[in-house]
Design a protein around this ligand. Structure first.
Ligand SMILES: Cc1cc2nc3c(=O)[nH]c(=O)nc-3n(C[C@H](O)[C@H](O)[C@H](O)COP(=O)(O)OP(=O)(O)OC[C@H]3O[C@@H](n4cnc5c(N)ncnc54)[C@H](O)[C@@H]3O)c2cc1C
Length: 415
């Protein structure tokens, strides 16, 4: 049965949901307060990440966060704040940081990642639109033996999960990256991963959806939702009031501001990250993570992107030049020939990752509201998990059996 669906938020999660909803015959409207040109879904590193099966809440992250709190150039930073939502999120994050919980999340994270990667490949093969997508794997590059050992331990866990992982010597790395002049001791290589160029994919997806009759309201902010008898009766924006059979909440880091209006608290904190684009030949052809510095490197369509930092410091888009410099310095430390210029640093942009305490997104309906499907909290994997989330959202709204078990992603779960 065809339904009218309003999607709040047009990042990768909102657009992917629209893609599958319109394919299923639903009438879709997307509302976004931006003009569809910036934010997390545009500045990300474009990795498709089956390799990222260990959640952010891995044991040890709390201690690292505390240690790094006093270092303004550190890659992970939590700003202490006297804010109830932040304090509750931090407590839930601490409770999720046990070896047992992180271990039990590994197959769940891996499966949804592989499923989503396959869906990207399906979209690529379809004649809907063409976009940059390469499956060249990911190098976890390290400069110290200690980190090399840690990474290989994780790699071996990946092999147990069925992923293709190899421990590469420095000679092996140089053989597959001959022109990158890498300064590393070795790398752990995952053949499961792929990469894309978000600034190429997003506008093409928007054009495709428009051609299929999806309605877009841009520069329009959802200010309120009215609920009557457990159903959203009205979506109120700064410009109009709208009604629909179903509503999808894909508002990224802003999602809790909307769920609060129906008395539902979903812990989400914004994790700010930065990107620097280098529009020159770098010789880099395989995506890499510079492990000690926690910087992601992606050879995108026509340029190389360096991205990094996880700053949990509330919702703001202020650029901290110290952190931008730290990313640029890491680039030079690992790739001897890459000198990021002042102009490239000045053009750095940032985006907010919507982070849940346990590293799993919220996908599905809350018991609080029968016609609201929540799709948010994808943290460091939102780009990767767009298609899987869109497909699952569509199955929920179409009353179909879901392709994956949604229990681990339940918006009502407690921590
Ligand atoms: C530097 C960096 C690197 C990253 N690298 C990767 C990577 O390599 N691979 C990966 O998988 N992920 C990566 N991520 C994470 C990924 O980018 C995010 O998880 C993903 O973009 C989140 O998508 P989203 O659609 O949920 O949220 P967003 O992209 O934030 O979209 C939410 C939208 O909702 C709109 N909105 C909010 N409130 C309202 C309202 N009230 N009314 C109307 N509109 C509203 C906003 O304007 C926004 O456009 C990275 C993120 C960063 C910052």
């Amino acid at each position: 049965m065809s339904k009218s669906v309003i999607i709040i938020g047009g990042g990768i999660i909102g657009l992917s949901s629209a893609y599958y909803l319109q394919k299923e015959g639903h009438q879709v409207t997307i509302i976004d307060k931006s003009n569809f040109s910036g934010g997390a879904s545009y500045v990300n590193a474009g990795y498709i990440t089956p390799s990222h099966f260990v959640s952010l809440a891995a044991p040890g992250m709390i201690n690292k966060g505390i240690k790094w709190m006093f270092n303004s150039a550190s890659p992970f930073y939590v700003k202490p704040r006297l804010d109830t939502d932040f304090i509750k999120w931090t407590w839930a994050f601490k409770k999720s940081s046990t070896a047992a919980k992180v271990e039990s999340a590994i197959p769940i994270i891996k499966d949804i990642n592989l499923y989503s990667r396959d869906l990207y490949e399906e979209i690529k093969k379809s004649s809907d639109f063409d976009f940059h997508y390469e499956r060249k794997g990911l190098l976890m590059c390290y400069q110290t033996d200690k980190v090399g050992e840690e990474e290989w331990k994780i790699g071996q866990r990946g092999i147990k999960e069925g992923l293709g992982v190899k421990n590469l010597s420095v000679k092996d790395v140089k053989a597959i990256q001959p022109n990158a002049n890498l300064n590393v001791k070795g790398a752990v290589y995952y053949d499961s991963d792929a990469h894309m160029t978000p600034s190429d994919f997003m506008p093409q997806m928007i054009a495709h959806l428009k051609s299929k009759g999806v309605t877009f309201f841009e520069n329009e902010e959802v200010k309120d939702i009215d609920v009557a008898s457990g159903l959203i009766s009205k979506v109120v924006t700064n410009k109009q009031e709208l009604t629909a059979d179903e509503v999808v909440l894909a508002a990224g880091s802003w999602s809790p501001l909307i769920t609060k209006k129906i008395g539902l608290k979903i812990p989400v904190q914004a994790g700010k990250g930065y990107r620097i684009n280098v529009n020159r030949e770098t010789g880099i052809t395989i995506p890499a993570i510079l492990c000690e510095a926690k910087v992601a490197v992606t050879p995108m369509e026509g340029f190389t992107r360096f991205a990094g930092t996880m700053e949990v410091a509330g919702i703001n888009h202020s650029i901290n030049p110290v952190r931008v410099n730290a990313i640029a310095n890491a680039a030079k430390k690992y790739y001897r020939d890459v000198d990021i210029t002042e102009a490239e640093k000045t053009n750095a942009e940032c985006g907010l990752r919507p982070c849940t305490p346990d590293g799993l997104p919220y996908i599905g309906k809350s018991s609080k509201c029968k016609n609201l499907t929540i799709a948010t909290g994808h943290a460091m994997m939102g780009w990767s998990l767009g298609p899987a989330t869109g497909k699952l959202v569509t199955e929920v709204i179409s009353d179909k059996k879901t392709s994956l078990n949604l229990n681990p992603f339940h918006p009502d779960r407690t921590f």
